[in-house]
Design a protein around this ligand. Structure first.
Ligand code: IPM
Ligand code: MN
Length: 374
């Protein structure tokens, strides 16, 4: 029997509550699909920082490296605690630090409408809203290049540089092309393709999201690299949309998307929109992946700490459970991952809404429903 070692970072706010339900479901899946799970909890987060002054250091990372995966709840402070910590401290020294240091260069964020879930977009169905955003996760404007000069003078200058090199762009595109190729087969091609495209042998669509009309340097590079790589993937139709148009189309015509690939900043923005479209942050799961296995991957619900709901047993754990499914699937337990996905799809129709406090069930009850549907 294979045993997976999972580092668990429950974090702040409702993080521990949703992670608890994800682990509950994972344990049920482990029993059913006969694999072992070993977990170790790490205290990183805002509360831990306020209490100890500790963020994540090299020794912590050396320990985390020994695990097969990291399962993260949410990190952040609210109220009085938040006022004592400048914005960016926790983000840059915990979440982004782990993403960068473990070279988790893909942020995989499925936008999937589960059965029975109300989307704010009228007329969509689980069939027409089922795509994946591949967000580049270690580069772009997130690297922190730039600075402030002449601070607190009328001449103050602030810059934040949007930088990519070909290597970063290529490895992200590679992942996206491979994913697009895997998601559909010739027998079951992506439904959004035209008859002509299908006749020409296309089975999938990869949409590059950029801003080639303004950020001509950076997205010029992305577009050239994508076009070049497309030659290696004759079954994948390469499309291009500007980021503003993507926002419009994610609302007006989500059925046209299969895989979207984009840079770090645009990926951050459009995946919150994607989360809203799929029923809210309560449902949106994600993975920070190092596909080369040179670092540990980390899985998390996209949502934050939901301070208003902390300790109330009212937060939606579906996103955290979905992140657990992504995690176990990537570790190789694809049957268990599919079973958890199916159990989520059986549970969502039984929930009144996907909103905290309005699910018709408590957090722990939703976890129970999913675990029992496995
Ligand atoms: C996300 C978050 C983070 C990001 C923040 C908390 C640094 O918004 O995971 O999308 O911008 O990547
Ligand atoms: Mn975000």
């Amino acid at each position: 029997m294979k045993t997976y070692n999972i580092a668990v970072i429950p974090g702040d706010g409702t993080g521990p509550e949703v992670i608890g339900e994800g682990l509950k479901v994972l344990k049920a899946a482990a029993k059913k699909f006969k694999f072992g799970l070993k977990t170790k909890v790490f205290p990183f987060g805002g509360k831990h920082y306020l209490e100890t002054g500790k963020l994540v250091d090299e020794a912590d990372e050396a320990e985390l490296r020994k695990f097969d995966a990291i399962y993260l709840g949410a990190i952040g402070l609210s109220g009085a605690g938040a006022k004592n910590v400048a914005p960016g401290i926790l983000e840059k020294n915990i979440l982004l630090k782990l993403r960068f240091d473990f070279d988790q260069y893909i942020n995989l964020r499925p936008v999937k409408l589960y059965p029975g879930v109300a989307s704010p977009i009228a007329g969509v169905s689980p069939e027409t809203m089922d795509y994946v955003v591949v967000r580049e996760n270690t580069g772009g404007v997130y690297t922190g290049m730039g600075g402030i000069m002449m601070k607190d003078t009328p001449n103050e200058i602030a810059s934040q540089e949007w930088v990519y090199n070909r290597f970063q762009v290529d490895r992200c595109l590679r992942y996206a092309f491979e994913l697009a190729k895997k998601r559909h087969t010739k027998k079951a091609p992506f439904r959004g393709l035209s008859a002509e495209a299908k006749a020409a042998g296309k089975t999938a669509r990869l949409t590059l999201c950029g801003k080639t009309n303004v950020l001509t340097n950076v997205f010029g590079l992305w577009e050239r690299a994508a076009k070049e790589m497309a030659k290696e993937y004759p079954t994948v139709e390469l499309a291009y949309r500007h980021v503003d148009a993507i926002c419009l189309l994610m609302v007006q015509d989500p059925g046209q998307f299969d895989v979207i690939v984009t840079d770090n900043m645009f990926g951050d923005i459009i995946t919150d929109l994607g989360a809203a479209c799929q029923g809210g942050l309560g449902v949106a799961a994600g993975g920070n992946l190092n596909p080369d296995k040179s670092g540990v991957s980390m899985y998390e619900p996209i949502g934050g700490t939901a301070p208003d709901w902390t300790g109330k047993n009212g937060i939606n754990p579906i996103a955290a459970i979905g992140a657990a499914a992504l995690m176990i699937g990537n570790l190789g337990e694809t049957k268990a991952a599919a079973a958890i996905e199916a159990a989520i799809a059986k549970t969502t129709p039984r929930m009144k809404t996907q909103l905290a406090g309005q699910m018709g069930w408590t957090t722990t009850q939703v976890g129970d429903l999913v675990a029992k549907s496995l």
